[in-house]
Write a protein that binds this ligand. Structure first.
Ligand code: SAH
Ligand code: SF4
Ligand code: F3S
Length: 427
């Protein structure tokens, strides 16, 4: 075991993935060493959004007692000191207190006194450049959420919305690009809520996209309520934009959407989707769907199925509703028995899987397309299309920038083909 060495395990969403880079930058400054083997300290970036995630994590924490276990991320705000009382962690740190984490770990290594570190709800980690590997990075531009959808724990564990300053985002993006990053995703629970002085989200996106040497820029997640035709139009004019739109609709039934406090009707949602498809026909559209929300009748579920058939999402994240602490839906009386929800889930999953596969086949066209390679896998490369769809290909690759590829088949779920560059010939 190396002294002062640590490892970070990430659960949950992109917010945690980004925070991994922030924690690494802060730990490096204090002389800690990141390693994937023989470490002394393990930091868990946890997720609290569904009961299932919590159960799995607790299992892992129980079996990894030989390390100094630091629980960070969203569950630390849900369970706080209880994680220490339950003997699941030595240190628990709020997602707003990572700046003091390295020194608190140093203290622990001397005193062996367990501790819970609470933070300040306004923290937005300005002026820290995340430590990331590869060609792609996230930048968290906003933290927290003010929407309070009735089923969701995020506003309670991540706090009120706050935004990183434009200046700080720009500085961070420039530093990342200088370090070799070619692709940046601006992220937040609802990026469309971004506000900073004169900047709203779309003007931020336009400005950052202009940075020299940045090849591609994307964003997630967007709340359908805040998406307008004007925003869609302006997005379509951004040359470097990754044409990927994650637009969760959650349910196809207006009655359920109202109980979820989603602030839009399904007609409004569909109107925005159709407009998006018209303006950006090549966009990749994905969504989140919850089945078995309290009070969901068979007829409500059929409306969800109907939306999936109408939109034909490129992919979807589908969940069975689960009760979460602090939320208002947990107090609703008309809960759906698990077997019923599960049966609906299976129906939905089968339908979406079929569509996801058909969509992958539609991608295969006998013409070269520009691919952003990001990983080598065996003798193949993995890369992403301009709409972020992942493809696999053989042959040669441009180390920087894009590689022209012809797709010829679908393997499993992934379109695959070969690159049409030949470096020998070009010499
Ligand atoms: N900010 C994003 C979503 C964050 S949580 C948005 O507003 O779209 C990611 C997804 O988890 C949600 O979109 C929802 O589909 C799912 N989810 C959240 N709470 C849930 C719960 N209590 N039960 C089941 N799924 C849930
Ligand atoms: Fe949760 Fe709704 Fe906020 Fe998304 S918008 S994080 S689902 S409360
Ligand atoms: Fe989970 Fe927290 Fe993200 S609850 S989904 S890791 S914001």
């Amino acid at each position: 075991m190396k002294k002062n060495s640590y490892f970070i395990k990430v659960y949950g969403c992109q917010m945690n993935e980004y925070d991994k880079g922030i924690i690494k930058a802060l730990m490096t400054k204090k002389g800690f060493i990141y390693t994937e083997k023989n470490y002394e300290i393990i930091i868990y970036l946890t997720c609290a959004v569904r009961e299932h995630a919590v159960k799995r994590l607790k299992g892992n924490l129980r079996s990894e007692k030989k390390y100094v276990r630091v629980v960070a991320g969203c569950l630390s705000e849900m369970l706080k000191e209880n994680l220490i009382k339950e003997k699941l962690a030595e240190i628990v740190v709020s997602p707003t207190a990572y700046k003091v984490l390295p020194e608190k770990i140093e203290d622990f290594l001397k005193t062996h006194e367990n501790l819970f570190i609470s933070g300040e709800n306004y923290e937005s980690y300005e002026d820290i450049i995340p430590e990331v590997k590869g060609k792609s990075s996230y930048i968290t531009i906003m933290r927290g959420c003010n929407n309070f959808c009735s089923y969701c724990i995020v506003p309670y564990v991540r706090g009120k919305e706050r935004y990183k300053s434009y200046k700080s985002i720009r500085k961070e993006a420039m530093a990342l690009v200088e370090n070799g990053i070619e692709e940046i995703f601006l992220i937040g629970q609802n990026v469309l809520a971004y506000r900073w002085e004169d900047f709203d989200f779309i003007s931020l996106l336009e400005e950052i996209s202009l940075l020299p040497n940045l090849l591609r820029i994307g964003f997630l997640t967007s709340h359908p309520f805040d998406l307008t035709r004007n925003i869609i139009k302006r997005m379509s004019n951004i040359k470097k934009l990754i044409r990927y739109m994650h637009l969760p609709f959650q349910s196809g039934s207006n009655r359920i959407l109202k109980a979820m406090r989603r602030k839009y009707s399904i007609e409004e949602y569909l109107d925005k989707i159709y407009f998006l498809k018209e303006i950006m026909p090549d966009a990749y559209i994905s969504t989140d769907i919850i089945v078995g929300f309290p009070g969901e009748e068979e007829s409500d579920f059929e409306k969800t199925i109907d939306v999936v058939k109408k939109v034909r999402f490129d992919s979807a994240y589908m969940f069975i509703y689960s009760d979460r602490p602090f939320t208002t839906s947990r107090l609703m009386k008309n809960k759906i028995p698990y077997e019923v929800a599960h049966k609906r889930f299976e129906t939905l999953l089968a339908l979406q899987n079929k569509i996801t596969k058909e969509k992958a086949f539609e991608t295969v066209q006998n013409k070269p397309i520009e691919i952003f390679p990001f990983k080598k896998k065996g003798d193949m490369f993995l890369g992403k299309m301009w709409n972020n769809r992942i493809v696999a290909f053989s042959g040669q690759v441009n180390e920087k920038g894009l590689t022209p590829v012809i797709l010829k088949e679908v393997r499993g779920w992934t379109p695959s083909g070969y690159s049409i560059i030949n470096k020998e010939e070009n010499k």
